[in-house]
Design a binder for this molecule. Structure first.
Ligand SMILES: Nc1ncnc2c1ncn2[C@@H]1O[C@H](COP(=O)(O)OP(=O)(O)OP(=O)(O)O)[C@@H](O)[C@H]1O
Ligand SMILES: [Mg+2]
Length: 272
């Protein structure tokens, strides 16, 4: 369990990025954190692996205060994928990149090779294993960053904007394996502006604005509540907006993804 208890964080510049944030992330939960630019999302999740320590308040990971643990120690449990992969990648080949942390964590050579191959396969990166990460496209680099974290199988997986720069197919793959990892009992936290992606995943949704959590609720309830979303400068999914506008025609108002919308429209049309 990760617990943030009344966390305040002020950057050395004086910017108060978190103003009393409390939340609990249980094992095997799937959470999306959304909200306006500068709301404090990245600042908050950097507290989960101890990259930042609260100015006031506490963060506990499985009962241990992050103030008492090194980032290296926490990283084994809390895998963190940065918003910009270039902050994370530095090895000469993709393969070395994915193996790097495993070596640091002391994985045996035989196990290490197996984990690297598994992660590269999972993210469709096998053909690039001998290539420099810096020769890859932006979307591919992002996948290398993700592979390098997944390789050591952290208990909690925290991702900052994982869908940015991913094409439809990669996004769908990402969604499927998040669902799969989650089903296997891993907690997944995703920071994202991609409301359509969230709609397809229907996680618990946390909305942030001005350094605070303004909403923390089940995905469908949040995504269909235009008023609460607007507090955090988030619009409902486009398909939800259409169904909301057409509610006078007796259409459902809690539709959040295209698949559902298609099914309902077909049903309506076949009734005529
Ligand atoms: N290293 C830093 N030094 C000083 N201020 C910072 C730093 N990083 C972030 N901030 C400030 O802290 C506030 C919260 O930033 P944060 O990056 O957490 O927002 P965010 O919700 O992740 O936004 P975005 O959606 O744009 O990624 C912003 O006002 C930002 O300008
Ligand atoms: Mg951010």
């Amino acid at each position: 369990m990760i617990e943030a208890k009344d966390v305040y964080f002020t950057y050395p510049t004086g910017v108060e990025a978190l103003k009393g944030v409390s939340l609990t992330i249980k094992e095997s939960e799937f959470i999306a954190i959304m909200g306006q630019n500068g709301a404090g999302k990245t600042t908050l999740i950097k507290h989960f692996n101890g990259l930042l320590k609260p100015t006031k308040g506490n963060v506990l990971v499985d009962g241990s205060n992050t103030r008492d643990l090194s980032v290296a120690k926490l990283a084994r449990k809390v895998g963190f994928v940065f918003q910009n992969p270039d902050n994370q990648l530095f090895c000469e080949t993709v393969e070395e990149e994915v193996a790097f942390a495993l070596k640091n964590f002391g994985f045996e050579k035989s196990k290490l090779e197996g984990r690297v191959t598994w992660a590269l396969n999972l993210l469709g990166l096998m053909e690039y294993r001998k290539t420099s990460p810096f020769m890859l496209s932006g979307g591919e680099r992002k996948r290398v960053a993700l592979a390098s974290v997944l390789a050591w199988n952290p208990k909690y997986l925290v991702m900052d904007e994982p869908t940015i720069g991913q094409d439809y197919e990669q996004k769908e793959k990402l969604r499927q394996f998040i669902v799969q990892l989650n089903a296997q009992g891993k907690a997944v936290v995703v920071v994202t502006h991609d409301v359509e992606f969230v709609a397809e995943c229907t996680p618990r949704v946390i909305l942030m604005a001005n350094g605070k959590i303004v909403v923390d609720d089940e995905g469908r309830r949040v995504l269909t509540n235009g008023e609460r979303l607007s507090e955090a400068s988030v619009l409902p999914p486009q398909v939800t907006q259409i169904f909301m506008e057409l509610k006078d025609f007796g259409l459902e108002t809690d539709v959040i993804d295209l698949y559902e919308a298609r099914r309902l429209i077909r049903k309506r049309l076949s009734e005529k």
